[in-house]
Design a protein around this ligand. Sequence first.
Ligand code: B12
Ligand code: SF4
Length: 533
Amino acid sequence: MSRIRRVMLVQPESPGGNFEYVVIPRQGLLFLSGALQQSEGSYLYERELHFEDRSGKLDIEKDLYGVDVLMISALINEAPRAYEIGRLAKQNYPNIISIGGGPHMTPLAEEAIREGKFDVIVLREGEDIIAQLTDVLLTYKDADLIKELHKIPGIAFMEDNHLVETPRRGLISPDFVPLPDFYSIRDLTPSKPLMGGVLETVRGCTEKCTYCQVIQQFLGYRMISRETELARLTQLQKMAEDGLISTNRDNRFSVFVSDDLHPPPLRAVKFRNERLERIKSWKGYTDDMYLICQSRAEIGQDLELSEALRDINMEMLYVGVESDDAKNLEYVKKRQEPGQVFKDLVSLNNMGFSVVAMTIIGLPHDTEKSIMEMAARITAVSKYQTANWLTPLPATSNWDDLVPLNENGEVLEKGEMRPYHLYTGRQFVHHDQRWSMKESRNLFDLYQSKLNPVDTLYSRLFRISERYRKMSNATNLSAGKEVSYKNQNLEYAKNIVASALLEKGVEITYEKTSLTKSLGHTNTTTINMLSKI
Ligand code: B12
Ligand code: SF4
C-alpha cells in the first residue's frame, strides 16, 4: 500500500476585511507543512495550503475529496468559519482526520472539539510533533489510538467525555523548519503571486502587555539562527525572481518581518546588540526588498540601530501607540512614557521611515474627547494608522475580567458562545458603561474617518500591482516564463538557497534541532548570543 497521504491545511476566511492579511498569509501553516515535508516517519505527506482570503471559500465536497487529514488554523474572528469547515468535513467525509490549532483553539480546545468536531487540538506551537501526531492518527484506532495520543506532548483530545491535555516541556527550536513551505500554497504561480513576502526571525516576546496573547501562545523568547535569517531572505529573493512574489517596475518587493523589533531595544541591550550585528549582515541580501516591521517607538532614540535599518531598506515601521495617557499605558503594562513616544515618532519620521501608528481605543481612562484628540495628535506624527477597540483575547487577563456581550450587544448568557465574528476591533465586544456596542461602532467610524488608515494604502497598492501583473503576465506567458514544477518544491528550494548562500561564503546545513532554551523575559534571563558566521 502506498505510503503517501494527502493533507489539506486551511486558514479560514476572516470577517475583518483586514487587507494586509490578503497580502501576506500568516506563517503557522507554512511551517507545519514544512514539518510534514521533512518528516522521516511512517508516511509521506502530499500537502496543499488553502488560504480562504486568497483562494476563495473551500468547497468542502470537492476540495476535500481524497484528503486524508485536514488541519485548520484560526485567529479569534476566523473561529466560526473554522468550526463550520471542521463540522462539514466530518459530515461529508466521516473518516477524515481533523486537527485544529493556533492562538484561538489553544486556550479553547474543548469548545473547538465540540463546535468543530476536531479529533485533536494542538496546543501552542506544533512543528516538532505534527508529523508524529499525524502518523499516529493514521495508524491507530479506538483504545490503541488514545493510548498513543497520551504519549504526544502538547495536545488536547477527548477521552470518555473528558478533555485530556498532555503536558509539554521545553521549547521548539524556532528553526525547526528552516524554510517555510510557500510552495504548497494553492494556486501560487506567477499568474497569482503573493503580494509580499513574510519573514519570521523570532518567536515569543520579552514583554508582558496585558491585551496581547503572544506570551501565552509562544512561551519563551527565541531568535532563529543568523544563518537561517539569511537563508529565509535568500528564499524570498528567489521567489520574487521566479515571479511568486509580486514585484514593482524596479523589481522591488515588500517583505513583512514579523515582530522582530517588538521588544524595547534600549532595555533589552544584548538583544539590541545582537540585532544590530544581524542587520549589518543582511546588507547585500535585501537590495530589492522594501522591508516592513512591527517595532517599538524607542528605536527612534537609537540612531545607530535606526541608521542600520534604513541602510538595509527597512522602509515602514508599525509602531504600537496604544495611548497617550500614562494611566492607560500603566493599565496595559506597556512600559512607556506617552510624551516620549510622540518624540520618538517624530525622530522616526525624520529618519525617513514611513510610520504606521497602531492605536487601541477604549482603555479605562479614555473618553470620547480624548479619543478624538488622539486622532488629531497621531496623524501629525505618523503617515498611516490602524485603529482597534480594546478587544479581550483568550489567555489574557481581559478574557476573564471584562464582561462579554452577545451579538446584539447584550450581556452574554451563561453557556452562550461569544460572537467571535465581531472580534475585529471595530466595536466593543464587552460591557462598558461608557459606550454600548452600537455607540462604540459609531465612535469607531468617527475616529477612523479622521485617520489615514494603512488599509487604504494597501488596497491602492493592490489595485496598482494587479494592473501591472496582468500586463506583465501577458508578456511573460507568451515568452513561456511560467515557473516550473521543480521550482515549486520545498526540497528543491532548500538546495537552491544553500548553494546561493555558499557562493556568498555562508554554509547552511539544515541540521535538526527540536528543542531550544527560552530566552525568557529581559529582566530575568540573559539573551542568547548566537555564534558569529
Ligand atoms: C503578523 C501578524 C498579523 C499580520 C498578518 C500578516 C502576516 N501574514 O504575517 C496582520 C497585521 C494582518 C494581523 C492582523 C490581525 N491580527 Co495578528 N498577528 C500577527 C503576529 C505578529 C504574527 C503571526 C505569525 O505569523 N506568527 C508566527 C506563526 C509561526 O505562528 P502561528 O501562525 O500562530 O502558528 C503556530 C502555532 O500557533 C501553531 N498553530 C497555528 N495554527 C495551527 C493549526 C494546526 C492544525 C496546528 C497543528 C498548529 C497550529 O503552530 C504554528 C507553528 O508553531 C501574531 C503574533 C505572533 N507572534 O504570532 C499576531 C496575532 C496572531 N494577531 C492577533 C490578532 C488579534 C489580529 C487581528 C484580529 C487584529 C485586528 N483586530 O484586526 C487581525 C486579524 C487578522 C484577520 N483575521 O483579519 C492575535 C491573535 C489572537 C487570537 N486569539 O486570535 C495575535 C496572536 C497577537 C495578539 N494580539 O495577541 N496580524
Ligand atoms: S511588545 Fe508586542 S508582542 Fe510583546 S507582549 Fe507587548 S504587544 Fe505583545
